[in-house]
Design a binder for this molecule. Sequence first.
Ligand SMILES: [Zn+2]
Length: 476
Amino acid sequence: MSVLDSGIPIYRFFEEISAIPRGSGNEEGISRYLAAFAQERGLRHVRDSANNVVIYKDGSAGREQEPALMLQAHMDMVCEKESSCGHDFLTDPLKLRVKDGLLSAEGTTLGADDGAGVSYMLAILDDPSLSHPPLECVFTTSEETGMDGARALKKDLITARRMIGLDEEGEVTTCVSSAGGRRLLARCPILFSENTYPCYLLTVTGLKGGHSGSQIDRNLGNAIKLGFRVLYQLLERGVDIRIIRITGGAKDNAIPREFAVLFSSTFSPPMLEKYVDQIGADLREEYFEEDPGLTVALEGAERVDSAITPEDSGALITMGYLLPNGLLAQSSRLGIPTVSLNVGVIIQTAENIDFDCLLRSPLRSAREDMSRQVEAVSSIFGGFIQVQGDYDGWNYSESSPLRDALRQALAEKGCELQEFSTHGGLETGIFKGRYPQMDIITYGPVMSGIHTPAETLDLGSFLRSYENLVRVLEII
Ligand SMILES: [Zn+2]
């Protein structure tokens, strides 16, 4: 018994794919379903080793010779459920329900992100009555966990140089730019020697943290950077510091909320405490608006018999203090960050301290420039950088025939197209990096609460957005 009206193809396909478990990394079933869909309709298709599926469809009558158009959506979904929900994402179909025109799944994420885009492509491929150019429909895997499918897709599977990314929401909105990212480790070598001095624990806590893409411009405190600032200011005041253990942050793409450093010092304990209080008071005032919970604290700790040498401790503190961080450049036209860096995690091993950094920019040259700066800082202290990953961004382009077509389709419905940009990473950026000539827009229906069990899809908008998409295919 279906929940949605199966006479409406996008509803029917959405319900069908909702019955197939398809969390990121578990795409075998949905990938097979897509390949079978193509097979049954005699459509040429490729299923690769990453479970990506590309389905090709000729242009409609009279449009066979037009340049191809790529449509794209990711087949995987985020698997989140309410704590009381017994759903097994590896085996159970989603339990769809409709309330007040909104579709959701009982106790779990709905996967409208990006099941909506998948359903759109299936409906278009299934409908012989539509007018469209030759289509290359790309269904990618593991978008939600690092865009691995898009990265793995073979370059020559796509001939199109215009693309509609269907991983979008909003009905009247389209994305015009996304950031590329580069993850790097900045290394500072360390040597330990015997320690006989008293030990202290310095902590920076109470910060809000946030996403290093969407919230890097909010002036939020970075616990690691603030911790190093306190240490550097202590050095400046003549405090001798030998670092023993240092921790901070959890993920490279999250602004770190906590920092802790165990160190030894011969400095007078009451003076040390006074200095830390003074510096902490200054920081609280600086971050009063954005991070009112900021707390800098010092306490005595048990003595530890080995510590990083005074020279290496000084070098490490200076390096941590000097590393660039946060919002570094902003676009006045788009009103969003264009270059940023997040010092996200500190990793300590027996011989090194690594700063795990994520830097973002739509421009490769800007990412390279930031890498160079971080490398220059590291090299002063005998360190170096290791690039752990790099993906491309998508810079704003003045001219976009696809955007003009979408604007026209919306105008025919009395709606005005709203453009926005993101400082986060998108699959569209990966495709732009691979095919620099690609004209790209994104489009999708109204949804809310994505990545949470409160996720909903507005069924009216789902239909209207589909009609708008079909209209774009007609007029391009
Ligand atoms: Zn998505």
